[in-house]
Design a protein around this ligand. Structure first.
Ligand code: CND
Ligand code: ZN
Length: 375
């Protein structure tokens, strides 16, 4: 391509300060170094985790280009890159898969030790950034930074997908769908005939519902304080939906009564300590499995009586639905193309990068599930 090896000037949404709107402006994107890939982002979704950075719940260094749920086309590659080439359709991976570390070599677990989630540096693997704006270096987010017309990622953070994939939909495989679906089928390992409860019916929570249904759960209870979310939840598989605001009792007590001693599988897909506690308490004390999917607020702790676990409960969590990203994303994409998995119910709004602040306002107001911005 004519741009290979050169700096690309393009539009990106820069977050300069916490709790401020994005500034959509011109940035310079340097060419990829060795083992890096420069990607033209075609479509990117808005996920609550991006908003968690804006409000300080999820720590990341500023200024930064956020965005981690996207699909695009490779523009150019650095020296040594073998798994993708210019023109390939790709999905950036916010949970990388280096294939060298202890986690990547282990059959279970997907949090590759090269991840930039815990104690984020905001750089690529070599410790530097490829973005500048107004003469200042701009940080990367989770090695992806997709709220930009072009981004640079490490080769471990990108995977080639089927050339027939519709990018404006398939971008949801980059986070929301895979995270929720995998939390049910891979992390919890939901069993046929089981009872599940899902706290939070946003894009990720609805994908948990879809996963529970496909695993054969017979009862799937959705919990949300926003009743506008109930219709969609039922459309994708929830058998009933309740709002904690309708009860005087704690919601875990309501759920324990509804299910005769607690559910088989519970999922927290909001990111709050009180609902994480409720999710743990509402699963059966002897065999219940509770999965944390929501990103908890930075530097806050839960304290609980270990007796809750001694009785037999399992408490676990995972990023990206427990999927080893480079291995499993292409398969998820093929399943969408084969119509075994459906993303359409999750996409409520189509937008553009210029309207990114309106897109976030809609998420915060509970009016959207996923807004997909096309570039
Ligand atoms: P979104 O905001 O769309 O959904 C959250 C839902 O929770 C909304 O429908 C709210 O109405 C509902 N809610 C809020 N407060 C309460 C409450 N007190 N009781 C009941 N319901 C409530 O968010 P999303 O679906 O994009 O993301 C959900 C969480 O998942 C969020 O914390 C995000 O950061 C996290 C996440 C995790 C991962 C991962 O890899 N584990 C990846 N992406 C996102
Ligand atoms: Zn996300």
């Amino acid at each position: 391509m004519a741009t290979a090896g050169k700096v690309i000037k393009c539009k990106a949404a820069v977050l300069w300060e916490l709790n401020k709107p994005f500034s959509v402006e011109e940035v310079e994107v340097a060419p990829p170094k060795a083992n890096e890939v420069r990607v033209k982002i075609v479509a990117t979704g808005i996920c609550r985790s991006d908003d968690h950075v804006i409000n300080g719940s999820l720590l990341a260094p500023l200024p930064i280009i956020l965005g981690h749920e996207a699909a695009g086309i490779v523009e150019s590659v650095g020296e040594g890159v073998t798994s993708v080439k210019p023109g390939d359709k790709v999905i950036p991976l916010f949970t990388p898969q280096c294939r060298q570390c202890k986690v990547c070599k282990h059959p279970n677990g997907n949090l590759c030790s090269q991840n930039d989630l815990n104690g984020s540096k905001g750089t690529l693997k070599d410790g530097t950034t490829r973005f500048t704006c107004r003469g200042k270096p701009i940080h990367h987010f989770l090695g992806t930074s997709t709220f930009s017309e072009y981004t640079v990622v490490d080769e471990m953070s990108i995977v080639k997908i089927d050339s027939s994939a519709p990018l404006e939909k398939i971008c949801l495989i980059g986070c929301g769908f895979s995270t929720g679906y995998g939390s049910a089928v891979k992390v919890a390992k939901v069993t046929p005939g089981s009872t599940c409860v899902v706290f939070g019916l946003g894009g990720v929570g609805l994908s948990v519902v879809i996963g529970c249904k496909s695993a054969g759960a017979s009862r799937i209870i959705g919990v949300d304080i926003n009743k506008d979310k109930f219709a969609k939840a039922k459309e994708v598989g929830a058998t009933e939906c309740i709002s904690p605001l309708d009860y005087k009792k704690p919601i875990q007590d309501v759920l324990i009564e509804m299910t005769q001693n607690g559910v088989d599988f519970s999922f927290e897909v909001i990111g709050r300590l009180d609902t994480m506690t409720a999710a743990l308490l509402c699963c059966n004390d002897a065999f219940g499995v509770c999965v944390i999917v929501g990103v908890p607020p930075n530097a806050q702790n839960l304290s609980f009586n270990p007796m809750l676990l001694l009785t037999g409960r399992t408490w676990k969590g995972a990023v990206f639905g427990g999927f080893k990203s480079k291995d499993e994303v292409p398969k998820l994409v093929s399943d969408v193309i084969a119509q075994k998995l459906k993303l359409d119910p999750l996409i409520t709004h189509a937008s553009s990068l210029d309207k990114i602040n309106e897109g976030f306002d809609m998420l915060r107001a509970g009016k959207s599930i996923r807004t997909v911005m096309t570039m």
